[in-house]
Design a binder for this molecule. Structure first.
Ligand code: ADP
Length: 428
């Protein structure tokens, strides 16, 4: 850089020398010096103006030419401009590649800004959500106004999944997910799950129909088995054994069909609420369990609350019975089972605690799935349909309640049905 300034300095010295030579003949050295400096200042001012004009035109067009240090300054500007051009080209290419890849994404994607305004959308968003590129800047809750979607948006819960029909086509079922990134930005992904949901509905319909169709033949079969058992006063051992086996299997099938029909009913029927006296209900269930548990002293009742809740008695009866029977079934004959009904803060809790075989942590999330049974080697085989806890889960959902399971293998389990106090209740 120094040598560039040296060039300028050399010119200055040259001018001063020329002025000194001229002044030797005509005098007025100082005047000549003032003239030289004025010339230099004017020249710098012209070049600066040139540069300022060029920059004010956003450095577009031909780069001005200069002399000495100025030619180098212009050259540096030219180089920066070229690099900038290349960087822009590269960036445009990356953006285009990104746009192309997001347009072929199988999901609709929307980027939301700080105030839920739309910043960017991909091609599929228009097709499945009806949101166009021109909607950029609009708040998404002005375009998708479904209450469930607005709740999902406000909750800002990244693990939440929302399933909704598409606002442009009711036959299209979409599953929404949300992720936060950058500075208060959010990405919403809408995945088409129509096929999956249709398959699930088909499977459910098939199971519901089959269960319905099996009811009559089962009743007939059971009737004939009972008739055959009554017919012969002195049946042979093989006859008795066969009939007992047939009865046990038809009973098992009957439980399965009944549970499946109950599940189907829970998912489709309209909510009907009545005031349910939970204390009375628990006592009734416990006396009914006498049929399977002769030793009634095993059941310890702990009815601390007299609160009644609004709900469906028949469904609560099924759910509570399943939990109590499970506790009795999956623990040793001499171990107690505690059944409680209590109010803690803003919750009404129905609780069943046993000291049985327990459930491992990894199995807990799965045991409420339909037909899920834990495969443990037990001394005696325990019968069951694997539908009991699925029924409990559905009944609780219908009552805005939740199931909490705590368990330790070998120590026992605790099943809590937690009903919110906000549910209309009546204190006796
Ligand atoms: P089922 O009892 O008919 O098999 P459930 O849906 O009621 O079906 O229960 C699913 C599984 O959860 C059971 O097979 C059992 O392994 C486990 N389970 C349920 N309740 C208990 C309990 N109180 N203690 C230990 N395991 C249990």
């Amino acid at each position: 850089m120094i040598w560039l300034w040296r060039k300028e300095l050399a010119f200055l010295i040259l001018f001063i020398v020329i002025a000194a030579i001229i002044s030797h003949f005509i005098g007025h050295f100082l005047h000549l010096l003032v003239l030289i400096f004025s010339f230099i200042i004017i020249r710098q001012a012209i070049l600066l103006t040139q540069l300022e004009r060029w920059l004010s035109r956003r450095a577009i067009g031909k780069i001005p030419t200069g002399f000495g240090i100025w030619s180098d300054i212009y050259y540096h500007f030219y180089r920066i401009k070229q690099q900038d051009k290349q960087r822009k080209k590269k960036l445009a290419k990356i953006i285009e590649q990104f746009r192309q890849s997001t347009d072929v994404l199988p999901d609709a994607a929307i980027v939301l800004g700080n105030n839920d305004e739309i910043e960017w959308t991909n091609k599929l968003t228009k097709l499945v959500l009806g949101i166009k590129k021109s909607d950029k800047g609009q708040r998404i809750d002005n375009l998708i106004r479904t209450p469930e979607f607005i709740k999902f948006l406000k909750a800002k819960n990244e693990s939440a999944i929302l399933t909704l029909p598409s606002p442009v086509d009711n036959n299209l079922i979409l599953q929404f997910r949300m992720v936060s990134y950058g500075v208060k930005q959010r990405l919403i992904i809408a995945h088409d799950v129509t096929q999956q949901k249709n398959m699930e509905a088909m499977r459910k319909n098939f199971v519901d129909n089959i269960s319905h169709e099996l009811r009559t033949p089962l009743t007939v079969l059971k009737g004939y088995i009972e008739t055959l058992q009554d017919l012969d006063d002195n049946p042979s051992a093989i006859q008795r054994h066969s009939l007992d086996k047939m009865q046990a299997q038809t009973d098992r099938m009957q439980y399965l069909v009944d549970d499946l029909l109950l599940l189907a009913r829970l998912e489709t029927k309209k909510k009907k609420t009545e005031c349910v006296d939970i204390n009375q209900l628990i006592k009734k269930i416990c006396s009914e369990t006498q049929a399977i548990e002769k030793n009634q002293a095993r059941i310890k009742l702990n009815l601390e609350s007299s609160i009644r809740i609004m709900g469906e008695e028949q469904d609560l009866h099924s759910a509570f019975t399943n939990l109590i029977i499970n506790a009795l079934k999956y623990s040793a004959k001499d171990k107690p089972v505690t059944v409680s009904w209590k109010t803690v803060k803003d919750q009404n809790i129905f609780e069943v605690t046993d000291q049985g075989e327990g459930i491992s942590m990894s199995e807990i999330p799965r045991i409420t799935e339909r037909f899920y049974r834990i495969d443990i080697k037990r001394p005696t085989k325990l019968s069951g349909t694997g539908l009991g806890l699925a029924i409990v889960k559905h009944v609780l959902i219908r009552h805005d309640a939740k199931l909490e399971i705590k368990s330790k293998p070998g120590k026992g389990s605790q099943f809590k049905c937690i009903f919110p106090r906000s549910l209309p209740d009546t204190n006796i």
